[in-house]
Design a protein around this ligand. Sequence first.
Ligand code: AMP
Length: 587
Amino acid sequence: MGKTIGIDLGTTNSCAAVVENGQPVIIPNEKGNRTTPSVVAFTRIGEQLTGEAALRQAAVNSDRTISSIKRHMGTNWSINIDGKKYSPQEISSIILRKLKKDAENYLGEPVTDAVITVPAYFNDIQRQATKDAGRIAGLNVKRIINEPTSAALAYGLNNGAAQKILVYDLGGGTFDVSVIEIGGDVIEVLATNGDNHLGGDDFDERIVLHLQGVLRKQNGIDLKRDVAAMQRLREAAEQCKKELSSMERARIYLPYLSMNKGEPVNFEYTLTRTEFNELTKDLVARTEGPVRNALNDAGIAASELGRVILVGGSTRIPAVQEKVRALTGKNPERSINPDECVAQGAAMQGDILTEGTLQLYNGGSGILLLDVTPLSLSIETIGGVATRLVERNSTLPVHYSQVFTTAAAFQRSVDINVLQGERPMARDNRSIGRFRLNGIKAAPAGVPQIEVTFDIDVNGILRVSAKDLDTGRAQSITIDDNERMSDAEIEQAIRDAREYAEQDGMRRQAAELNTQAGQLLNQVQSLMQEQKRSLGKEDRNFLKNDIAALQKAVSRNNPAKTTPSNVEEVQRALDNLKQSSSRILGI
Ligand code: AMP
């Protein structure tokens, strides 16, 4: 059996890991980096770029570059690129496919099985969308697990004592806090909280704003509209922020950043950690509320916490660590890289499910993960009331039934409106699915007995069923929300992705061949000019013919619309000119 990889599919960056010889190991991407930007781009010639390559060109191709797709998971957001509509699942699948490929290159064997992590607060639709993204990418998603659970697993194995821990996860664009209980072989998420719009990007932005102010004052220039300069400023700000995590001051030097009255602007500035802390004080303070709320929801005081774990690249910021210390009274754990910890835990879970080497090294006891429902689940009952069937933070899997009856005499059907949220009235919660149970036997109001059952599996995916206990007639749904992709749509997306991969390869080849052809044509033409006097007429004509054939082939080979015969024609003409120029001109 192949290995099961663990994937942390993050908002800003993603990371993959695998267990080797009983230890989780981070899988480097093709650039040798341990995390991959969760960015996808479509170039004008129809190529798909992912990761660093997509991030690098984002500023100059912003309307065809997609970042933070995770924020749209489970919604009906879409983007239209060259006449094709892409859903969040499809964009995420492009990132997953890259991680899969990098893992295959690293392991030297095909990879199909994966465990993917999601935030603990992801609802059913978002979890299903993540699973669908995996399926489109050609992955068999063995389990969806919560990110804090995964981080706790990465740490939990190191030190097995029963305790409650707080996972403080500050990434590039989101902040999540979870309270978890580890006891024996069980890890349970007790409560979750967070801020969906707080992360390292906000810290970068504060530095950018500060530097813009300095530039205005020092050089009298406003960079706002200079896309390329702003991009350089943003990259420098992030770099500066990272340096300030280990140094007291960081120097920014950006030669030729812009032009001012015809003169180049060479920007130089030194930012101290004290200044940085001042610029970002309120951002750090915004993490307080969610930490207190999570502790409240878990019903514990900070003093009852056994450990505090830091997850997410932004927890490397010293002021953030200081805040965590102040809030919890604990020295946070940092022994595992904060941006790799979630992927490591997912790889460990994958290994346990596959009965891999971890099992062997740990005496055969796989760790069972218990997750919880992030929000309460209800159905709408008479008067628009949300009647709760499953309380938030219930441990998964959940199986719960309750018997309802009809409100009107001789009512032949009931509508089941499934709701997610904490509010008492149905309209204030989110409707995540609706279905109708028909064929109820005609009877006075209050007589029929309708049993409604909620089943939530270990992945957090919900199925609701209703059964007329008198007739036995039943109806069930896997939440049929229009924001969720149907099986047919998923199949279509898989086909598109496969087709795209082939087409993408051909387009890339076409573009590369055209570039090679252009280089050779330039070289041959300039050598012919140089050797004008010594070239015989016959040779010159020979070369001219080959040049014309190659130029014609290239003009017909538009990478965005290329066909196998276009590619072949350029290849043939290129080979011919290579041969003749080598023979005649000695290239
Ligand atoms: P993640 O989403 O966990 O990969 O975290 C990404 C965020 O962590 C980005 O905003 C990075 O700029 C930030 N980050 C990474 N390394 C550091 C560091 N050494 N100091 C401060 N922030 C960092």
